[in-house]
Design a protein around this ligand. Structure first.
Ligand SMILES: N[C@@H](CCC(=O)N[C@@H](CS)C(=O)NCC(=O)O)C(=O)O
Length: 252
């Protein structure tokens, strides 16, 4: 964190705001992080609602400007910092494709997760029915994404853009629903690839500290155990943040 930084990111640990956090890490300019812990209801305080009337993270402050909506923030940052290559060059065919990937994340994939986290917001009846139906919808979406990644390393082809940061933030949530990536081998490899990007790895390392000593230690123990077991099985080792899961609770 840098004093007098241009940007402040209001985020909740391991929420969708992780995508913006990774983008800021890639930009490499100093930024400040302001924790608004959704699990503790800090997004509903009067003080925060004055900044963001929607009561959601992420929220980006740039001087006097306040920008909400993850996809909007990611596009804003990509325009402000073209050198960071958060998106392909504007108005090219590749850019159009990257826009489509980004809006697919924010308009289709993220709402499916939100419904699984908060089924009560979508029915006055049986929450379990909504939850179960949403989980099968998530399965279908993951299967589709897995198919897409058969022939390419990232959503847009061979280079990661902001939609990839968005997706990797959401893939962290699967463990909350006791779902792993084993049925989706391409997505599983993609997640490992994404977690190794320096900007993702840095953002994750900072947010892990927010989870507190106990969770961070459990995580550390688990990754050591995993690395050891890969070694014993003669499999090549993965980097520190691969195939992890966090004690996140409801983050969306
Ligand atoms: N449309 C918003 C949705 C953001 C969103 O749902 N954020 C979640 C965290 S991943 C949140 O703040 N949830 C709190 C709540 O819905 O009460 C965006 O794209 O930024």
């Amino acid at each position: 964190m840098t004093k007098n930084a241009r940007y402040t990111l209001y985020y909740s640990p391991f929420a969708c705001s992780l995508a913006v956090h990774a983008a800021l890490e890639k930009i490499g300019e100093g930024f400040e992080l302001e924790k608004i812990d959704v699990k503790k209801g800090q997004h509903q305080t009067e003080r925060y609602l004055q900044l963001n009337r929607h009561g959601k993270v992420p929220l980006l402050q740039d001087g006097k400007k306040l920008i909400d909506q993850g996809a909007g923030i990611l596009l804003y940052l990509s325009e402000q910092h073209p050198e960071a290559e958060l998106m392909p060059a504007a108005a090219t065919a590749e850019w159009g494709k990257a826009l489509s990937e980004l809006f697919y994340m924010s308009n289709t994939v993220h709402p499916a997760f939100s419904m699984a986290f908060n089924p009560d917001r979508f029915t006055t009846g049986d929450k379990t029915q909504v939850f179960d139906k949403t989980l099968s919808r998530l399965d279908a979406l993951l299967e589709e994404l897995d198919g897409k990644l058969t022939q390419q390393d990232f959503l847009n082809g061979n280079k990661p853009y902001v939609a990839d940061y968005y997706l990797v933030a959401m893939l962290n949530w699967l463990r909350i629903f006791k779902k792993g990536l084993n049925p989706y081998p391409n997505l599983r490899r993609y997640k490992a690839r994404m977690d190794q990007l320096p900007e993702v790895s840095r953002a994750v390392s900072k947010e892990i500290k927010d989870l507190g000593f106990v969770v961070a230690s459990v995580f550390k123990l688990m990754s050591v155990k995993k690395r050891l077991s890969r070694k014993l099985k003669g499999k090549p080792s993965l980097k520190r943040h691969d195939e992890k899961h966090y004690g996140l609770g409801g983050v969306s």
